[in-house]
Design a protein around this ligand. Structure first.
Ligand code: HEM
Ligand code: HEM
Length: 237
């Protein structure tokens, strides 16, 4: 494996070792929080706070691995000196990347509802802005086609939005039953998308060749699922 292959591996590796273990803890604490409130089950009084605290880290790590994947895909499509659009486009995209990180950090710190909503939205727009660049592979951008619903990218964007929404409305979930119900419904959907990402991610990993194999494999016709025959005795490299 070359450096570029290791860079592409960072995102799936962090999803496996960081995001999904956190998700397990957040889900277990969510179940205990609900049980404690509805059935007076004997769970420690801290389960609600622990759920929300770990939820904040879950949301942060989802945003981080998505930004990382997008940055790696965009930066490694061509060698940096021949970056499409030149230095000015590169600088602009870098600014969006940093801006999204700053918006996430600000979301963690600010208290007023309007600021929480604005920073969550800014961060989400940044994630989407980077993802919509031509370098980032998306199965389909048409919600009416089945490929859109199987897209790892659009699943990731949806999940990021739901996570940021939960962090942004944390005080409201505590205060109002209506928000608590909205939170549970939104995150039941998020749990399903986590499951879908756990399937579409490894599928994409299977489909992406190592960098030294790309020249040969991309001469295949992916629609017709056929590859040109190799000349006998010729090594693919
Ligand atoms: C897949 C992710 C998540 C799921 C499935 C989930 C589910 C739940 C459930 C079932 C409850 C209990 C509701 C009730 O009492 O009826 C809850 C409470 C709560 N959740 Fe989440 N949640 C998730 C992520 C998050 C995130 C990312 C945050 C952001 C900080 C968060 C913040 C909260 C808060 C503040 C409460 C109220 C806790 C309390 O009563 O003290 N959750 N969640
Ligand atoms: C929380 C779960 C996950 C989210 C939100 C997520 C989101 C994303 C996003 C937005 C992209 C960039 C668009 C693209 O190139 O398709 C991406 C790329 C990718 N994801 Fe995920 N993903 C998750 C989990 C996984 C898992 C579990 C794997 C595999 C084990 C995986 C494998 C990949 C691969 C191979 C790419 C291509 C680019 C790269 O590796 O940097 N993802 N993901």
């Amino acid at each position: 494996m070359q450096i570029v292959d290791w860079l592409w591996l960072l995102h799936p590796a962090l999803a496996v070792v960081l995001v999904y273990p956190l998700l397990g803890m957040v889900l277990r604490l969510a179940q205990q929080t609900r049980q404690r409130r509805l059935t007076q089950a004997k769970h420690p009084p801290t389960v609600g706070r622990d759920h929300a605290d770990l939820g904040k880290w879950l949301a942060g790590s989802v945003v981080a691995i998505v930004l990382l994947a997008e940055a790696v895909v965009i930066a490694t499509k061509n060698p940096l000196p021949s970056f499409e659009g030149g230095g000015s486009r590169l600088a602009l995209l870098l600014l969006v990347l940093i801006g999204s990180g700053v918006a996430l950090a600000a979301l963690w710190l600010v208290k007023r509802p309007i600021y929480r909503a604005s920073f969550a939205l800014l961060c989400w727009v940044g994630v989407m802005g980077l993802g919509l660049q031509p370098e980032v592979f998306r199965l389909s951008d048409n919600p009416l086609s089945p490929a859109f619903w199987q897209s790892h990218f659009w699943g990731g964007v949806g999940l990021t939005g739901l996570m940021l929404f939960s962090v942004a409305c944390r005080p409201e979930i505590h205060k109002h039953l209506r928000w608590r119900r909205l939170h549970v419904s939104a995150n039941a959907l998020a749990a399903l998308i986590f499951l879908a990402q756990g399937i579409s991610g490894p599928r994409d990993l299977l489909e992406i060749p190592l960098s030294w194999q790309k020249a040969t494999l991309y001469s295949c016709d992916f629609e017709a699922r056929s590859c040109p025959a190799l000349a006998p005795g010729v090594s693919p490299s």
